[in-house]
Design a protein around this ligand. Sequence first.
Ligand code: G4P
Ligand code: NA
Ligand code: NA
Length: 194
Amino acid sequence: MKLLKEKMLKEGIVLSDSVLKVDSFLNHQMDPQLINEIGREFANRFESESITKVLTIESSGIGPGILAAMYLQVPLVFARKRKSLTLTDNLLTSSVYSFTKQENYEISVSNRFLSSQDKVLIIDDFLANGQAALGLIDLIQKAGSDLAGVGIVIEKGFQDGGKVLRERGIRVESLAIIHSLKEGNIQFAEQAME
Ligand code: G4P
Ligand code: NA
Ligand code: NA
C-alpha cells in the first residue's frame, strides 16, 4: 500500500536492525485518514470472504481493526490483555509468549461475541514472530469460529511470523512488508511493492 509505505519512509524511525518506531501515525499518535485507507484496503482484500467479525488485540490493533470492521460492516472484537472489572465470566483465554518482553501474558474474549456461526478476520498492526496472531487463532478455535485470514499493517518479513502462519495455510495480507531495517534504512520486500 503506497500511502502507508510513504508514511513509513517519511515518519518511521529505525530503532535497531529489528525494530521500527511508528508512533507518529500508528502506535501512539494515530493518523485517522491513513488508518481509514488501511481499513478500506483490508475490507477490499477480504470482501468476498463472508466475514462476520473482525478480531484484534488491544491496544494498537484497535484503530486499523475498527476501520476494517466499518468497511466490512461487521463488529470489531478486541482481545483484552488484562482482566476487566465487568468482563468476568464466559471468557475464552489463551496464553501468548512475548519475545520482546520474554514473558507469557493472557489474552481473553467473551464467548458471547465469538461463536461457531462466525467467520473471523484477524487484524493487527505488526507481525513479528506471530505469537499474538497465534493466540488470537487459538481463541477463534476455542470459540468454534472459522478463520478467514489475517490482515497486518506492517509485517517484518525478516522475522518468522508470516512464514509460520502461511505454512499453516492461513491467508495473510500485509499492507507493507519490511525486508530489512539494516543501516537505519527501511527496505521493503518485493511482494509488497506496487
Ligand atoms: P510477536 O507477537 O510477533 O511475538 O510480537 P512481540 O511479542 O515480539 O511484540 C510485542 C509488541 O511489540 C506488540 O505490541 C507488537 O505489535 C509490537 N512490535 C513488534 N515489533 C515491532 C516493531 O518493529 N515496531 C513496533 N512499533 N512495534 C513492534 P504490544 O506490546 O502488544 O503493544 P500494543 O501497541 O498493541 O499495545
Ligand atoms: Na499489536
Ligand atoms: Na504494538
